[in-house]
Design a protein around this ligand. Structure first.
Ligand code: ADP
Ligand SMILES: N[C@@H](CCOP(=O)(O)O)C(=O)O
Length: 319
């Protein structure tokens, strides 16, 4: 489920009146999603998405609005927020912060083909070129500082071997990142899994769910993508998908020598980031609603595979 706050047709019809989007014809709660209440809204003029924010820091919403609008203005396939007749995007509905978006076309790819991987790499590379100039700031809430602080909370739930694995990895990340200068910075999606993209055939129709969006190491975003998009069921990297994404990405933004040097560690760190966040959901801070948590084991498997086999060779940037 992903409608935690039900809305009536009358509530939404009244809400739409301050926007220049037409009048309500249908309202449908969206069953996907895990954090916010999402509705597909159809008017006599267009298809929209209405999101009510159920959790998270509401004072951070203006950052997400600004980031989405900035990327939209630069022609990235993201849902730029819809502003009302007075130019305001962020509203309140049923006592929750509310945003209205265009409904983007497409479906989440479960097993992305190589054209889809290429499209994703190309768009992410383009986004990272543009996002380096985004003026907003929001420190990465899931970076090494967070990992270091939070991993203590789950150790007690792990086997002795896994405790050692997690502690040794956190130490290894500290050493690796201390030795390297600052990596290229910019705004990140922060959670660019397949289920945060929409494809129409091979065409990337949209990147959604920017609520982990932040500013920090661009490489962090790319490593999240490779771990989700280019990992086989056994946790090993899929070379074809890996190369399709990275070649297309680097045609837009070649990785520099520092990024290449820390790449294997960044793959491990972002794998541990999800192992840890999923363990926290299962053991420490379960969701208030009746949702099935994501499986932490998946990212322990990925971490162990990256440790055992390292990273695949990075394709060279096209000259
Ligand atoms: N702009 C959009 N266009 C089309 N579908 C969308 C859009 N925004 C959200 N959705 C749909 O709603 C679902 C839940 O949205 P999402 O932002 O991922 O919610 P949550 O933050 O609760 O995970 C998505 O998986 C997608 O199917
Ligand atoms: N896509 C993530 C869920 C979002 O991460 P979080 O750190 O904001 O909980 C997953 O698959 O675990």
């Amino acid at each position: 489920m992903a409608v935690f706050t039900p809305l009536s047709d009358a509530q939404v019809a009244a809400f739409l009146e301050s926007f220049n989007v037409g009048t309500l014809t249908t309202l449908q709660g969206v069953t996907g999603g895990t954090e916010n209440s999402t509705f597909f809204v159809t008017t006599d003029r267009r298809e929209l998405v209405l999101t009510l924010f159920e959790q998270g820091e509401h004072e951070e919403l203006p950052f997400f609005v600004d980031l989405l609008d900035y990327l939209d203005e630069h022609r990235l396939p993201v849902p730029g927020t819809i502003h009302d007749r007075e130019g305001i995007a962020l509203h309140s509905l049923a006592e929750k912060p509310a945003l209205l978006f265009p409904r983007l076309p497409g479906r989440h790819p479960d097993a992305p083909n190589l054209n889809q991987c290429q499209a994703l790499g190309d768009t992410l590379g383009r986004m990272h070129v543009i996002s380096q100039h985004f003026p907003g700031q929001r420190p990465n809430p899931r970076d090494l500082h967070w990992i270091r602080a939070m991993h203590h909370k789950v150790l007690t739930y792990l086997s002795p071997d896994d405790q050692n694995l997690m502690k040794d990895e956190v130490d290894a990340f500290e050493s690796a990142f201390v030795e390297h200068p600052v990596l290229p910075q910019g705004a990140l999606h922060g959670d660019l899994f397949r289920d945060n993209t929409l494809f129409e055939g091979d065409k990337l129709g949209g990147i959604i769910d920017f609520y982990n969006g932040c500013t920090g190491d661009l490489l962090f975003d790319l490593a999240i993508v490779i771990n989700d998009w280019a990992t086989q069921d056994d946790g090993h990297l899929n070379r074809e998908r890996h190369d399709a994404i990275l070649q297309a990405y680097q045609a837009r933004r070649p990785l520099n020598a520092d990024e290449r040097a820390v790449w294997p560690v960044m793959l491990r760190m972002t794998a541990l980031r999800y192992w840890l966040s999923r363990l926290l959901v299962v053991y420490v801070d379960p969701p208030a609603h009746d949702l099935t948590p994501h499986d932490p084991e998946r990212f322990r498997t990925i971490l162990k595979s990256r440790l055992a086999h390292g990273a695949l060779p990075l394709p060279e940037a096209p000259s």
